[in-house]
Design a protein around this ligand. Structure first.
Ligand SMILES: [Zn+2]
Length: 142
């Protein structure tokens, strides 16, 4: 089970119970004034994921509806304070998309042609200067 914020950050719900809040003791700490020290609790019960508001004065919203207790479904938008978290269930397509993108990002190779900062395409060709990674750049002797 994954949360992603609008900032593109992801939080994985590893424990059976996770508290989200401003306190650094929370499983997911979001340091924002509009969020209570302990704002909301997420419990994994079997295959269901239950959200429980911890009585924050600013409230907890799911898909723009105020909630006290709510069973999360894939794609739900949870709003606490000014932060919106998107709930993605395990195995969600968007998750595998993210994983694939992360993998690609870690595999990317940069152009070796001097100061060029091009990111090579899968064929090893630089889209900026057109050099191939495995091609030797001719050396010039002075
Ligand atoms: Zn290049």
């Amino acid at each position: 089970m994954i949360f992603g914020t609008d900032l593109g950050r992801r939080y994985e719900l590893r424990d059976s119970s996770t508290v989200i809040g401003r306190s650094s003791k929370c499983g997911i700490c979001i340091d924002q004034e509009s969020i209570s020290r302990s704002h909301v609790k997420i419990d994994k019960v079997g295959r269901t994921v239950r959200l429980q508001s911890l009585g924050s004065s600013n409230g907890t919203y799911v898909n723009d509806e105020p909630v006290e207790e709510y069973l999360l479904r894939d794609g739900d938008l949870i709003k606490i304070g000014r932060t919106i978290l998107k709930f993605l269930s395990a195995g969600n397509i968007e998750n595998s998309y993210h994983d694939e993108m992360y993998q690609r990002a870690s595999e990317r190779r940069f152009c070796e042609n001097g100061p060029c900062v091009g990111v090579l395409d899968p064929d090893g060709k630089c889209p900026i200067c057109g050099a191939f990674a495995d091609t030797q750049v001719p050396s010039v002797k002075g």
